[in-house]
Design a binder for this molecule. Structure first.
Ligand code: ADP
Length: 270
């Protein structure tokens, strides 16, 4: 980007040289793009549930409706309010991530148990998908982790697997105990992710730009939040995917290191 271009002519009208100032504005345009994506995502994602809440409350206020109908409308209003709450929570999380104010409360956790609970909870709302959990020899070792953040991490991944798969799709969770860490994979048979989108997938507000993803709403924040949670736990997250076939998200989290006592060291044969 050429910021200034000037030719130097002195008082006598003689040409003295040319000045060219180059300024790299790649970062600035990137931020501008993110800002406008943010505004359009927020307005779109807020508008849909708000319109629904507004419409149903208006109907209920205007008419004396039978109890069953009222119940149905209230259920929708309740679901949409939950959706708005989780949206606002995601925005707050990202803002805290950016200002490094996110707080973690670590404790030793049995993740196999926690993931099973999260899966059961998600299965309750995923009536059109088959959800399975394979724990093999269920890991017995504990992970030092923040419980609420672990629920959010695996909840997001399972929710995406369901969201980006057609009805009838299989979502498979698998837990594996490796030497020093736990590996969790979430696999689906959904729309998959184009190869060129993979490097950006965990970026804030990033959404795959194709009609399938556009039809399915979202903010592009879920995976950025997942990545931040995994980073805070010194783990790793990655994805393998084939467009039209499905995706596999893998999370690895270190086990709590067993403390070696002084006696064990002393008694250990040399
Ligand atoms: P959101 O789902 O709110 O858009 P995410 O950060 O969770 O945001 O995901 C970013 C993008 O990655 C999604 O918009 C979607 O295009 C793609 N994506 C995430 N998970 C999957 C999946 N399991 N299958 C296919 N595409 C996915």
């Amino acid at each position: 980007f050429v910021h200034v271009y000037a030719e130097g002519i002195d008082y006598g009208g003689r040409f003295r040289g040319t000045m060219l100032v180059l300024r790299d504005v790649t970062i600035e345009t990137g931020i501008d793009r993110m800002k406008s994506e943010f505004v359009s995502t927020v307005s779109h994602e807020l508008r849909t549930p708000l319109a629904s809440i507004f419409g149903y409350t208006e109907l209920m206020l205007a008419k004396d409706l039978p109890a069953a109908r009222q119940q149905r409308y209230l259920t929708t209003i309740h679901t949409e309010t939950q959706r708005l709450t989780s949206l606002v929570n995601d925005f707050l999380d990202v803002q805290r991530m950016e200002s490094s104010q996110q707080q973690y409360h670590f404790k030793e956790l049995d993740l196999a148990n926690l993931i099973q609970e999260v899966a059961e909870f998600q299965a309750g709302s995923a009536t059109h998908h088959q959800l399975s959990l394979e724990t093999g020899d269920a890991p017995v070792r504990q992970v030092e982790a923040d419980e609420a953040k672990m629920r959010q991490l695996f909840g997001n991944l399972i929710n995406n697997a369901i969201k980006y798969s057609p009805d009838g799709g299989q979502v498979e969770l698998r837990l594996e105990e490796l030497d020093d860490r736990l590996r969790v994979t979430v696999s689906d048979e959904g729309i998959g992710i184009p190869r060129q989108a993979l490097p950006e997938l965990f970026g804030k507000f990033y959404r795959v730009d194709n009609s399938d993803s556009r039809k399915i709403g979202g903010t592009g924040l879920g995976l950025a939040i997942c990545q931040e949670i995994v980073r805070a736990h010194e783990g790793l997250i990655h994805v393998e995917s084939t467009e039209g076939k499905g995706s596999v998200f893998t999370v690895e989290l270190p086990f709590v290191q067993a403390e070696v006592s002084l006696e064990e060291i002393v008694e250990a044969p040399l």
